[in-house]
Design a protein around this ligand. Sequence first.
Ligand code: G1P
Length: 297
Amino acid sequence: MRNKVTKAVFPVAGLGTRFLPATKAVPKEVLTLVDRPLIQYAIDEAREAGITEFIFVTSRGKSALEDYFDRAPELEMSLKSKNKTELLDIYNQTCMDSGAIAYVRQNQALGLGHAVWCARHLIGDEPFAVLLPDDVIAADKPCLKQMLEAYEETGGNMVAAMEVPEDKASSYGVLDVPTGMSPVLPVRGMVEKPKPGTAPSNLAVIGRYVLSPDVLKSLDNQTTGAGGEIQLTDAIAAQIEAKNNVYGYRFQGQRFDCGSKAGFLQATISFGLSRADLREELEDYIYDMMAMRQAAE
Ligand code: G1P
């Protein structure tokens, strides 16, 4: 039996400049998808996968994010006194147990690898998960849960993977894998942000990882890679040479790139349509709008 993975790292130190001006005052991770902050989707996914220790790598200006997971005594008392049990349930889902979340600062934006490395003392010598909250994944079985089940068989290191169009590969970490449709693929190499036309495949890394503590040791070197940043992809790739134990996992589900405005809007529509209390009104609006657009053409 492998060590159970109970710790997850959430890198949330970014400035979120793509969402300016909103992010001048509000961390990107608390922007709302329907009625929940973006970060809650990643937290819920991790909880459902059995994660009990949550490590946030933050930076200046993220206090709204820290407050969000705390108790809000005035709100709690008001909901209780008015007997608003449904709202209290929703509220309770956002309150984490004391000590379940730890915050560590990344005081310089040196890359994703560096952000994860900032959590090294809290992770210690055990396998851990990393979730990038910008990647929101709608799935019947949460993506990280799918991966941890597969990881039970493989051990080593596992990255979520998804086919992307060839002209988009240079925005991702890309895997060199044997062809085939199996969900678990042994990785022969991985490249962060390959130059157009040089990607080893069209299988891109999506922001869910299950990693061995060896990756943190590789990050100790602080070697820079693509874009002059310390890349997580490079530290994982180093494990291929050392131990040949890196796997790509083709997950079941739909991924939304909530790091982009278009992706955030698509996720908003899709999650809105999947909500029983919103579906009808939203569908009617979308049909009417499409009809009006067609009529105007
Ligand atoms: C990060 C990773 C990249 C991965 C991507 C998934 O890139 O470095 O390997 O493919 O997330 O969203 P970023 O989007 O931070 O540039």
